[in-house]
Design a protein around this ligand. Sequence first.
Ligand code: SAH
Length: 349
Amino acid sequence: MPAPLADRLRRLIAGGGPIPLAQYMALANAHYYATRDPLGAAGDFITAPEISQMFGELIGLWCADLWSRSGAGEVAWVELGPGRGTLAADALRAMRKAGLSPHVHLVETSPALSERQCAAVPDAIHHDSVATLPADRPLLIVANEFFDALPVRQLVRTPDGAWRERMVTLDGERFAATVGEQRFDAVIPEALREADTIETAPAATGILRELAARIAAQGGALLAIDYGYEGPRAGDTLQALRAHRFADPFDAPGEQDLTAHVDFAALAEAARAEGAVAHPLVAQGALLDALGIAARTAALARAAPDRAAEIAAARDRLVAPDQMGSLFKALALTAPGWPTPAGFEKGTA
Ligand code: SAH
């Protein structure tokens, strides 16, 4: 067993001074995902594919429909941060029924979760990063609750009016937020000058840029579903979840899930800069409705009448505006010349 992450971080800060928040979040989440399966009732949080098989199935149909209308031949199906592999298994079942049997490529850094994904999707090829994905065919890429786990950088306005980077330091044995000495006033957009905190996600933007460039060059599409907003917007959205409750992000690094809301406008802009088409954002509820979740709910309930109430409750959880339906949003990218994906005919988020 390696030394607990908290001890390693304490030594790092004691020796070299405060570290940027993004570095803290990256190290904490790398340790967190590498050492456990965080999903489900016994874990820290639950995600849409774990709520109902309908989620992955409808995403699979979205992929198959787009593929058939695009006229593309062989494609590779890619998932980023596949968790337990549940979405991939459900989506592949639906895609195969619709005539699409692609090679499967999973991008995952956690050894613990890769093992679970191999069990759920036996033929999948694993990648540590998007750099090694196939370059010779269109890519159909899916990412659910992946971008929110990537590290964010925060700039904060200090009482003297200067903008400085949020750093993590030690207060005795405990971790605490502080600010760095360097001033960042010159990079603050005019519209956000009066704000307190500005958050950016350099790792998320970097990965998205790379994938958008691939899609523009090779063909294909990307569907990213996550909780988030359309920036520019000010504010600190860093949050920690432990055993399904919010916790202090500076407590127990590596032992709880750290996430931040996704700035979809920043991702869409990065994608357009690389030549991909970014479609207007659609709320998760509206997307699943457009893809036929009502009919799928009815079919599943007919096949298992004793579970009808449970199936309807899962549907509500995914689409109701006061549950996941509005907070979660879907961003779709396509290669120039590819058809508009199902559910994205007009943005409704
Ligand atoms: N998509 C799954 C799991 C979401 S949790 C679901 O919806 O249930 C986030 C996932 O992203 C985990 O599988 C985690 O190990 C993976 N992950 C986190 N940071 C990553 C990174 N930098 N590169 C690749 N995978 C990462």
